[in-house]
Ligand binder design. Structure first.
Ligand code: TYM
Length: 325
């Protein structure tokens, strides 16, 4: 079975964009791939976090993974920082990454515009490469914003293999065309993001359903009043169609057909109904999971499993580059 690796960083509450762009794919693919899904908590340190809040969010993500439907029997869920080998490998990879290629990362360029940039924000895609290469991942499902980082991991692996001999598998990004970027409801040309300053255009998985409903009902659309998918000219409606079709598992075409004689108000209400139903059921499961004591025992076991895989890879890498005695 081919291997899949991916993760989410706990820098804010998870959004419906994280669900549609990433978690939903993890669930679908767990039937097909040997899956390793983690909480990328070390990545969260690239920006400042309240330590207590960060700790809470790490556990929240594990509970949300499970509540969304990731099956802990099929997928190994773990916490990145509990496996020290990620940081070990990251250093070796940093020393095999060129300044030029790291400087080309779009996310770094955008985020560093805000000023106060840490070195961690710059080297973060290399830690991400370590997350992937440590487990010999064949595929890495993500939203479109992470594609360039997966390609960097591939480039680093290729360079390392060329220099030191076959060590890493070359990973492939696994990106769904339609759902790889869910947009902000207030500005449908911008990615919906958990780390945004304003949350009006962002549906969080733990939003109370009434505020989620309000956000959808006030989503920015256009004045054409026809419901069809046209990303360029109707970004708001197209985004709502993608959200609706992902939550209901209807195709975009089927959703268009269903609403062809409806107005925007009726369509938004239908989207809100489905999203609220989804959130309500998800939150019920999440609360149940959080209050059970089984998560810790499970994480201890998966931690042991991933450390074993990772230690072998790091040992091989150290050997190849000539570290130690
Ligand atoms: P992060 O935490 O920003 O996002 C987690 C996943 O959610 C996807 N995503 C979206 N997809 C569609 N629409 C959106 N609006 C949206 N917002 C987020 C992201 O593309 C991502 O797949 N660096 C990564 C975490 C990471 C990782 C890894 C991923 C660390 N190591 C190794 C894969 C493999 C990140 O910051 O994702």
């Amino acid at each position: 079975m081919k291997r899949l690796v991916s993760g989410i960083k706990p820098t804010g509450e998870l959004t419906i964009g994280n669900y549609i762009g990433a978690i939903k794919q993890f669930i679908e693919y767990q039937e097909k791939y040997e899956s390793y899904i983690f909480v990328a908590d070390m990545h969260a340190l690239t920006v400042h976090n309240d330590p207590k809040e960060l700790k809470k969010r790490i556990k929240d993500i594990v509970a949300l993974y499970l509540a969304c439907g990731i099956d802990p029997e099929k997928t190994t869920i773990f916490i990145q920082s509990e496996n020290m080998y990620h940081a070990n490998l990251s250093w070796i990879l940093e020393c095999n990454t060129m300044m030029g290629e790291a400087s080309r990362m779009i996310q770094y360029k955008e985020k560093s515009k805000k000023g106060d940039t840490t070195v961690g924000l710059f080297t973060y895609p290399i830690l991400m490469a370590a997350d992937i290469l440590l487990y010999d991942a064949d595929v890495v499902p993500t939203g479109i914003d992470q594609k360039q980082h997966v390609e960097l991991a591939r480039d680093i692996a290729e360079r390392f293999n060329h220099k030191y001999g076959e060590t890493f598998k070359l990973p492939e990004p696994l990106i769904d065309d339609e759902t790889s970027k869910i947009y902000d409801l207030q500005d449908p040309t911008k990615k919906m993001s958990k780390s945004d300053d304003s949350d009006k255009g962002c549906i969080f998985l733990l939003d109370d359903v009434e505020s989620a409903r309000k956000k959808i009902m006030s989503a920015v659309t256009d004045s054409d009043n026809k419901i069809h998918y046209d990303k360029e000219n109707k970004p708001g409606i197209s985004n709502l169609l993608v959200i609706y079709s992902s939550i209901t598992s209807l195709s975009i075409k089927e959703a268009e057909e269903k609403f062809k004689d409806k107005n925007y108000g009726e369509f938004k209400k239908a989207v809100a109904d489905e999203v609220c139903k989804f959130l309500f059921e998800l939150q019920e499961k999440y609360n149940e999971i959080l209050s059970s004591s089984e998560i810790d025992a499970y994480l201890d076991k998966s931690n042991e499993k991933v450390r074993k895989i990772a230690s072998e890879k790091v040992k091989d890498t150290f050997e190849k580059v000539g570290l130690g005695r």
